[in-house]
Write a protein of this length. Structure first.
Length: 257
């Protein structure tokens, strides 16, 4: 059966958790994603540590049978996570072992890879930040799967959709999107807008947002050519446009650098 994401939104996701914990968790993850996309490697890793503390609080509360209203940093993250392995086997292996061990690894990056302390022997870089992002995404997806009673695919889809793709050069005004960098080409503006929305967009909206004077020319020269380059997927029947993984890579590596 195809996974459904209906009902899984920023307002309803992880609804089994107290509002305080749920809000903290989503905010920490959102900051990781935003800082990563803006190439702020150090804040991305530091917020990974914060997400660890919140996720641990969620697991501890679940095992103890009572959630606190807000997160609390354990005195020793490694020992605290290892203690979860002693929980009753009635709790899933994900709660007792898999998530806690991932938290230990993520917290290690936060503490001992040049972030969190001045004078670290290894400077934070893109590789570390990418690791933090993917580990954080996996942890949050597992928590959604466990505390929203959905399958893995639905949880993963929900995590992809709960964070708006915030791009500093995109401005929303009166229901319209505008690319503030006037030096970008029509193709580049189109890709940035598609990246910002993270979902399929109507051709007519794109024409309006990039302020192209001729829809037919835009369809031929921008959408058509970009489709052939596999930067986006253009459906001529529905007139819907979706950015591809190749297009996402171009935006992140070149246009937002």
């Amino acid at each position: 059966m195809m996974a459904q994401t209906i009902g899984l939104s920023n307002e309803t996701i992880l609804g089994l958790l107290p509002d305080g914990l749920r809000s903290e968790l989503l905010t920490a993850y959102s900051r990781i994603v935003k800082n990563y996309r803006e190439r702020r490697w150090e804040p991305s890793e530091l917020n990974g540590g914060k997400l660890c503390e919140i996720a641990y609080t969620v697991l501890r509360g679940h095992v103890d049978g009572s959630f606190p209203s807000s997160s609390k940093k354990p005195r020793n993250m490694v020992d605290a996570c290892r203690a979860l392995e002693q929980a009753s086997s009635t709790h899933s292996r994900s709660v007792r072992i898999q998530i806690p061990r991932m938290l230990i690894a993520l917290y290690e990056i936060r503490n001992n890879r040049g972030v969190g302390h001045v004078g670290g022997d290894v400077n934070p870089n893109h590789m570390d930040a990418a690791c933090v992002l993917q580990m954080s995404k996996w942890i949050l997806s597992e928590l959604v799967r466990l505390f929203h009673d959905v399958d893995t695919e639905t949880a993963s889809d929900a995590i992809e959709s709960i964070v708006e793709r915030l791009v500093p050069i995109v401005w929303e005004v009166d229901g319209l999107l505008r690319v503030l960098d006037t030096g970008l080409t029509m193709k580049e503006k189109t890709l940035v807008l598609l990246y910002h929305r993270s979902e399929s967009v109507r051709e007519s909206d794109l024409v309006e947002w990039v302020e192209h004077s001729n829809a037919s020319v835009y369809r031929r020269d921008v959408l058509g050519k970009s489709h052939k380059e596999k930067l986006l997927e253009y459906n001529p029947e529905t007139r819907m446009v979706t950015i591809s993984p190749k297009g996402i890579g171009l935006v992140e590596d070149a246009l937002l650098a």
